[in-house]
Design a protein around this ligand. Sequence first.
Ligand SMILES: C[S@@+](CC[C@H](N)C(=O)[O-])C[C@H]1O[C@@H](n2cnc3c(N)ncnc32)[C@H](O)[C@@H]1O
Length: 308
Amino acid sequence: MIHTRLGATNLLGLMSLGPNGTIGHANADILNRRGSNVLGSNLLSEFYARSEPVARRQMLRVGRKFSVARGYPIPKGFFDDYPRFYTTSQTTAIPNRLNQRHKACIEWNAEAIRGKRILDLASHDGRWSFAAIKAGAVNVVGIEARNYLVQSATANLRDYGVPDNSFSFISGDAFEQLDRVEPHSVDTVFCLGFFYHITNHMLLLSKIARLKPKYLILDTAIHFDPNNVILLYTEDPEGEANAASIEPDAPERALCGAPSKGALQLMLSNFGWSFAYYDWHRAGIRRWDSIEDYHEGWRVTLRVTCAV
Ligand SMILES: C[S@@+](CC[C@H](N)C(=O)[O-])C[C@H]1O[C@@H](n2cnc3c(N)ncnc32)[C@H](O)[C@@H]1O
């Protein structure tokens, strides 16, 4: 059974990196005080401070294993050839993060993208829509709540020579716009960096299921609770990375929910879907700068197979 637990306050920081890759938190020293020389502990700390004891123990175990091989250069990657994407977003447009996410979300899913029709939910400045086209997608439709990001996405793809007839970006709420998409018109749905900015996860998944896609690529923060729970928190809709307030009379802070791994898996299984996790620890990563959340396990990347 899935139940929700009301988080005491804002957990925004645990989900978001600043443009410079750092997150400052009052609790940043928690792990260090406990003697673990944990780089990126500030990423972990907010989660830690608000977690149940069992989850805390798990986080400490993960934290102790954390090591960064200093001295290795930050590797080059896909987005270094398309640097517009470092400037058209304020949302973790950090080269190492974008490039390593490209390996996880795009390269690892080559088969689910090449020759496929892609629906990119929360398409932002078009970073993943563009990457999908470059990976051989036949066309991409992006849905993005913030209109200026839709404009940036269009400009980015045009600037990099993507033909107009292979992409379109729709400005609007993902939940509303999904209803306008025809079943069987999409092969692969991207839900990258969006699943923890919502509270109605099952509704979103059922709207995706209605389209009968073959694959869903999911990249999401998760909550370190051993139970099947969704941790509610609020965030500021002014933040570009955050849940957008669609309604004019929306509350000042947007309510969001981060599912635990168990809850996430239970929800996916409920649709009869199977899934595989990208193994961030076997991806040959030596520099975890700006991708600490993946290292620590509270952000995951999955390929969900919806139809065989
Ligand atoms: C953390 S960013 C993720 C961007 C990109 N998909 C990625 O993974 O890098 C979240 C995105 O969701 C968009 N967004 C928030 N609420 C939305 C909604 N209700 N419908 C569509 N997009 C939304 C935001 O504007 C933002 O671009």
